[in-house]
Design a protein around this ligand. Structure first.
Ligand code: SAM
Length: 271
């Protein structure tokens, strides 16, 4: 049974607005791992659970063709609307049944998505579609967010920690994979050549209003919003007000620096 937490059109358009692609650090780690295992030029990449395609599009320059797949039609519709490259296409389908041939894929990525998949059938599908030497790269950020701004970093970070704590009751049980740094998933990968890299720190500058929008893309926030709409909206309003007060500004466009810790799991199918 697949998990569907990203179906709404509004959720998909928020995704397009508030989510960005992977950091350069993560992209560099993936391609240096690949370079040691597969010779160039690379042919085909699949990005599973592509959402609105932020990670899919970053793969375009490295491959002849790239396919982004997602279980949600609404996410795929948004991905298709975004400006893209001619070598990138999208398909609405599950990561456990990718519509591509056996041994045809050089790289399969899943950005902030693999914890939603059914791990066993997904890993079987990975094994079917990867070429010998082909690579799997799954990565995500953790839910601890540091928000840096002048001398109020500690208090700002506390505001976000409280927000995330209040979302815990609405968290799907599969988020445990993300919380445990993809440990179980890493252990389930049957290939001897695999690596789990923790503590990849990414720092991104963004307006505080955008960071509030980013939190609202979390599926657990959507469940909160459906269950207790007024309370959910009030939580965001209060948190934004607290942040602006701490920062001594009235403008949501004031930039903060957001520090996220990420984990990346890499594996390569035996030759
Ligand atoms: C948190 S979003 C990540 C989107 C995007 N990769 C990114 O980096 O922002 C997770 C995505 O995985 C998709 N998803 C969940 N289960 C899936 C499955 N079994 N097969 C394919 N996609 C799935 C959801 O529809 C959603 O778009």
């Amino acid at each position: 049974m697949v998990t569907r937490q990203f179906e709404g059109k509004q959720h998909a358009s928020d995704y397009q607005k508030f989510r960005s692609g992977p950091s350069q650090e993560i992209t560099d780690l993936i391609f240096s791992y690949m370079e040691e295992r597969l010779s160039k030029p690379y042919g085909f990449a699949v990005d599973a659970g592509c959402g609105t395609g932020q990670n899919t599009r970053t793969l375009a320059p490295y491959f002849k063709k790239v396919l982004g797949i997602d279980i949600s039609e609404a996410q795929i519709e948004e991905a298709r609307k975004a400006p893209g490259s001619p070598n990138v296409t999208y398909s609405a389908c599950p990561a456990e049944e990718v519509p591509v041939g056996d041994a045809s894929v050089d790289l399969l990525t899943a950005s902030i998505a693999a914890h939603w998949f059914n791990i066993e059938p997904f890993l079987k599908e990975v094994d079917r579609i990867l070429k010998p030497g082909g690579c799997l790269a799954i990565f995500t950020f953790y839910l601890s967010i540091e928000v840096h701004y002048k001398d109020c970093t500690e208090q700002m970070t506390q505001v976000f920690a409280e927000m995330i704590d209040s979302l815990v009751p609405y968290e799907h049980e599969k988020v445990r994979h993300l919380r445990n740094g993809y440990k179980e998933m890493y252990e389930s990968i049957p290939y001897p050549d695999k690596r789990r890299i923790e503590n990849i720190l990414t720092k991104t500058r963004m307006p505080i209003a955008r960071l509030m929008g980013f939190i609202q893309t979390f599926p657990m926030f959507h469940i909160y919003l459906e269950t207790k709409p007024e309370e959910a909206k009030e939580m965001i309003r209060t948190a934004e007000e607290r942040c602006l007060r701490l920062m001594g500004t009235s403008s949501g466009e004031t930039e903060v620096e957001v520090w996220l810790q990420n984990v990346l799991v890499l594996a390569s199918k035996p030759q």
